[in-house]
Design a protein around this ligand. Structure first.
Ligand SMILES: *[C@@H]1O[C@H](CO)[C@@H](O)[C@H](O)[C@H]1NC(C)=O
Ligand SMILES: *[C@@H]1O[C@H](CO)[C@@H](O)[C@H](O)[C@H]1NC(C)=O
Ligand SMILES: CC(=O)N[C@H]1CO[C@H](CO)[C@@H](O)[C@@H]1O
Length: 212
């Protein structure tokens, strides 16, 4: 009986040690399943402590949860999209063009539909997917989310604090963020409805990144 207890005690010490070792490596996937509060990053609570977008996850348009560290090594455009906005046509065309031009160099585009602006993205995910077919969209579509306010997706809460170290709400549909290969914020572009100057500026920065 005493021996049994001794064996169980030894096993417990072993298990605790193994967990602690894994927990020390905060990035280890195993760690997520273990109880290590000091190391585990909870995007709902700790979003403002993130240093890269690779720490977040988000559901794609098919409902599959995607850890964004899958984009490690890629340059990203993250954009909020809407189907029924005056900017829709020009922006989808330009995003598809950018994607075709730079995808071989490592560009990925992550598009997040949001219905927060005058109800301009009212459709279901199926309707959105059907809609973007007309632009032959091959980049990554995510699930419909809030991008401003307390119910905003944590990734977007984080994104809106990156420019100039201040929280600036997303002003409208098709606001774009460029993220570098390490998942760090590079630049934010608020849409310019009249001149499209945000798109021109964005291409300039993409060119600079891909020339490096
Ligand atoms: C990204 O890739 C680099 C180099 O392969 C690696 O050192 C780093 O840990 C990766 N980051 C994440 C979040 O997976
Ligand atoms: C950003 O703001 C915080 C809090 O106001 C401040 O402590 C920090 O130094 C600022 N960082 C930069 C890069 O300005
Ligand atoms: C058609 C439409 O609603 N366009 C809006 C998109 O965003 C810009 C910038 O905020 C607005 O000025 C437009 O009215």
């Amino acid at each position: 009986m005493i021996e049994m207890l001794y064996v169980i005690l030894l096993m417990m010490i072993f298990i605790t040690r193994t967990s602690a070792d894994l927990c020390e490596n905060g990035k280890d996937d195993h760690c997520m399943a273990l109880d290590c509060p000091q190391n585990s990053f909870n995007q709902e609570i700790n979003w403002n402590t993130a240093s890269t977008i690779h720490q977040f996850n988000a559901k794609d348009i098919y409902g599959v949860d995607i850890p964004l560290k899958k984009y490690n090594g890629s340059v990203l455009i993250i954009v909020n999209v809407a189907s029924q906005c005056g900017l829709t046509d020009s922006n989808y065309k330009k995003l598809v063009e950018f994607y075709e031009k730079y995808r071989n160099k490592g560009l990925k585009i992550l598009a997040f539909p949001s219905n927060q602006f005058w109800n301009q993205e009212p459709g279901t995910c199926d309707e959105i997917l059907n809609f973007v077919k007309r632009y032959n969209v091959k980049f990554d579509m995510f699930g419909k989310i809030d991008i401003n306010g307390k119910n905003a997706h944590p990734l977007w809460k984080w994104l809106t604090t990156q420019k100039d170290n201040a929280t600036v709400d997303i002003t409208w549909n098709f606001t774009k963020f460029i993220i570098d290969r390490d998942g760090k914020f590079v630049e934010r572009f608020d849409p310019s409805f009249i001149t499209g100057s945000d798109l021109i500026l964005m291409e300039k920065i993409l060119n600079e990144i891909f020339l490096e």
